[in-house]
Design a protein. Structure first.
Ligand code: MN
Length: 256
C-alpha cells in the first residue's frame, strides 16, 4: 500500500483537493496537509517570521496556517514517519502554465517535494468555476500509478494541466511556454473615492510555440510538462563568459 501526500494552494476546503483525495484513495493511504485558506499565487514562500499551527481535522487530514511550501515541509518533517511514495499538489482551480508557473503555489508545493527527492506532481484545471474536478479522476490516478512505479527524472516534477473542455481528447507532452498578462493591474475606487489596485484579470498574450503547455491547453489537450528546478539558462553561461567577459573582472578566472 502506497503513502501519498496531498496538498494544494486553494486551501483545505477546496473541491479540487477533495476530488484529488478521492482519485488517489484506491492507491493506498492518502495524507492531506493543506493550507487553512487560499494561498494562490503565493509561489514558493516559506513562513519564517512566526510559528505555524498544525490542526488535525480527521484521520490523516491536517490543515496548517501557512503556505503550500510550509505544508510540504511540515508534512515531510513532522507528520509522516517516512518519505511518501508520491506527492500530488492540486487540483488547482485554474491552469498553471507558461510564465504563471513561477507564481504558482500549486507547482511550488511540488517543487518542495522534489527538493526532498519525493516524486511530485502538480495538477491544475482550466475553465470557468464551478469546475468538474471529478473528470480528472481516472487520468490522475493512472499518472500517479505510473510515477510511483517508474519514478521521474532526477530533480524533475510532473506539471499536469487539464483543459477547460470537458471532453479530454488526448495528452501532449509539452514545454513551458510564455503567458504574459497584458493590463493585469486594474484601477478601482473605493466608496470614499480613493484609488486602489487589483492585480489579476486582463488578457493573456498567448504563446505561439507548437510544443508548449499554453498551446496544448488552448487546443483542448491535457498538457504534461517535465519541470526541473535548475533555473540556469545554460546558453547564457557562454554569453556571460565569452561575450560580456565577466570573469575578467576583479583579476580574472585563474581560480577556475
Ligand atoms: Mn490556486
Amino acid at each position: 500500500m502506497y503513502t501519498i501526500l496531498i496538498t494544494n494552494d486553494d486551501g483545505i476546503h477546496s473541491p479540487g483537493l477533495k476530488a484529488l483525495k478521492e482519485a488517489l484513495a484506491p492507491l493506498g493511504k492518502v495524507v492531506t496537509v493543506a493550507p487553512d485558506r487560499d494561498n494562490s499565487a503565493i509561489s514558493h514562500a516559506l513562513t519564517m517570521n512566526r510559528p505555524l499551527r498544525l490542526t488535525k481535522l480527521d484521520e490523516d487530514v491536517y490543515t496548517l496556517d501557512g503556505t503550500p511550501t510550509d505544508c510540504v515541509s511540515i508534512a515531510l518533517g513532522k507528520v509522516l514517519d517516512r518519505l511518501p511514495d508520491l506527492l500530488v499538489s492540486g487540483i488547482n482551480n485554474g491552469p498553471n502554465i507558461g510564465d504563471d508557473i513561477t507564481y504558482s503555489g500549486t507547482v511550488s508545493a511540488a517543487i518542495e517535494g522534489t527538493m526532498y527527492a519525493v516524486s511530485s506532481m502538480a495538477v491544475s484545471m482550466a475553465g470557468e468555476p464551478p469546475l468538474d474536478y471529478a473528470r480528472a479522476d481516472d487520468l490522475v490516478r493512472e499518472l500517479a500509478l505510473r510515477v510511483i512505479d517508474q519514478g521521474l527524472p532526477a530533480n524533475t516534477l510532473m506539471n499536469v494541466n487539464l483543459p477547460a473542455d470537458s471532453k479530454l481528447q488526448g495528452v501532449r507532452i509539452t514545454r513551458q511556454g510564455r503567458r504574459i498578462w497584458k493590463q493585469a493591474v486594474q484601477e478601482v475606487k473605493d466608496p470614499r473615492g480613493r484609488v486602489h489596485y487589483w492585480i489579476g484579470g486582463g488578457t493573456p498574450l498567448l504563446d505561439s510555440g507548437k510544443d508548449t503547455d499554453v498551446r496544448a491547453l488552448g487546443e483542448g489537450f491535457v498538457s504534461i510538462s517535465p519541470i526541473h528546478l535548475d533555473l540556469t539558462n545554460h546558453e547564457g553561461i557562454s554569453y556571460f563568459r565569452d561575450d560580456l567577459q565577466l570573469e575578467k573582472l576583479l583579476g580574472g578566472a585563474d581560480n577556475l
